[in-house]
Design a protein around this ligand. Sequence first.
Ligand SMILES: [Mg+2]
Length: 364
Amino acid sequence: MNISSIEAIPLKIPFTHGGPSIAWAGRDWQFLEIVLVRVETDCGLVGWGEAFSYNCQKAVMAMIENSAPPVLVGKAVSDREQIMHELQVGMHLWGRYGISMFAISGIDIALWDLAAKAANQSLGQMLGRHKKVLPAYASLLKYRDPEVVAEQTAHAIEKGYGLIKLHEAAPEPVKAAREIAGNTVPIMLDVNCAWSISEAKQVVPQLIDCNLHWLEEPVWPPENFAALGTLRAEYGIPIAAGENMCTHWQFDSMFGGDAVDFAQPSVTKVGGITEFLKVIELCRKRKISVAPHSPYFGPGFLATAQLISAMDEDVPFERFYMTPEASLFGTAVDPVNGNLQVPDGPGLGLDPDPHVIQEYRLSN
Ligand SMILES: [Mg+2]
């Protein structure tokens, strides 16, 4: 079975999230930007991938369209390992991070989808599935206002979520969430690198009573692993990081610094399923927990679910707490009582809805 074509498809889907609009990187953020990767074979089988592309859709599209066809077209799907090696070597001069690795991730996911479809198994089954139902955590967006944070936390708990993650940088909203959640619901805090190390040392002591399950990406710059190690050692607070790291090599550098308790590979960024599996292996050797990053709704969402389904450990699934106007996979992306059912179909479990693709596709 050989690859006959590869296509990058840009989608833009509006969402709501129960709070005032969010400014991100200088833009009002109201739309999910998705780049689907569609790989077709000479026998008609189609594989789907997703490349991370929030706020960088055109760049990711260009990277896939310019770099992938000469390496992929005509090759056997079973040569995935060699194809991914060639892509990583051929594209490394544009950086083994960011846009080029987002593109590689989307392509890799599509090739694994094809491999599992060819084997007539779900990806999770192919990797040795252990679970069909995954506990999901509600990953709330950034609200800043303690009242709104408390309201959204209560809303998520009412919907059955047993774990909550906040995206805040000030202590007040975190305290408000803890107060409304009571003492038994684990709360994680994602700072998105907003603090300097001295700011972190001012705020973190104020959060000790909130009993955070983990503190995610607390300081700028993210590669200051020594600062993460200092926060861990000084305050005994579990640290999570890694959503913007690409390849297992970058995770290996972070692990060398005793910087984290939770590693957060993001399948649409890290280099796809191939690199994600290598990160899991490193985590096993180092006895570091895996907490995948998955605030997206395309094939990367399903790939993450399939990967977690094949892991022995209890690993929560990150569900961005927003409501997209349309779903590529119907209700499969909606946890029920805080639990996500892993779809059973061949490959990633489901193919994206062609009507949703048609309606939300941008002209490229
Ligand atoms: Mg994060």
